[in-house]
Design a binder for this molecule. Structure first.
Ligand code: IMP
Ligand code: MG
Length: 171
């Protein structure tokens, strides 16, 4: 275990409070990037007090199970019309940054009033593409993590904490 459930939830509350302060008097669109950000988006939105709409988008980036390649494809687009709206993209983890770099460029073309990025986890040591992250839950070391939405081959998303995946041959 790397980050426990209580620690996760209290940090998510802090981020929500920061968003509430910064967006006071405005409506926000939280754009959840499926599937990894579902748990984070739900927890975050519970503590948001400004008017909020939720959108979901599914993207896949071809690569192996452990890393992305940068060839990003939209599998399912959001039904929210973001033009003129204050959009916060909610991600589970930023690793190389390739997925987000593509996604933010694409969303910017839809002309939102503002576009910010919120990630639960950040692995800055692995960055290849430069992305500006506005809200970060925790920085994590260069290890493969699962839980609270994050998967390995679609498993372990339902763990209530963030764990480091240890492969058998490493034990
Ligand atoms: P990026 O394009 O390299 O930044 O990849 C971001 C995506 O890779 C995330 O949305 C995750 O789906 C996946 N990913 C990167 N690192 C991890 C990890 O440690 N655990 C689980 N998924 C990860
Ligand atoms: Mg993923």
């Amino acid at each position: 275990m790397l980050i426990g459930e209580e620690q996760l939830i209290s940090r998510v509350k802090e981020i929500a409070e920061q968003i509430n302060r910064e967006y006071d008097g405005r409506e926000i669109y939280l754009l959840c990037i499926l599937k990894g950000s579902v748990y984070f988006t739900c927890e975050l939105s519970k503590h948001i007090t400004v008017p909020v709409k939720l959108g979901f988008m599914s993207v896949s980036s071809y690569g192996d199970r452990m890393t992305s390649s940068g060839a990003v494809v939209i599998d399912q687009d959001t039904d929210l019309h973001v033009k003129g709206k204050h959009v916060i993209v909610v991600e589970d983890i930023i690793d190389t940054g390739r997925t987000l770099c593509f996604l933010l460029r694409m969303l910017a073309k839809r002309e939102p009033a503002s576009l910010k990025l919120c990630t639960l986890l950040d692995k800055p040591s692995r960055r290849v593409s430069d992305v500006q992250v506005d809200y970060v839950g925790f920085e994590v070391p260069d290890t493969f993590v699962v839980g609270f939405g994050l998967d390995y081959a679609q498993k372990y998303r339902n763990l209530p904490y963030i764990g480091e995946l240890v492969f058998k041959e490493e034990q």
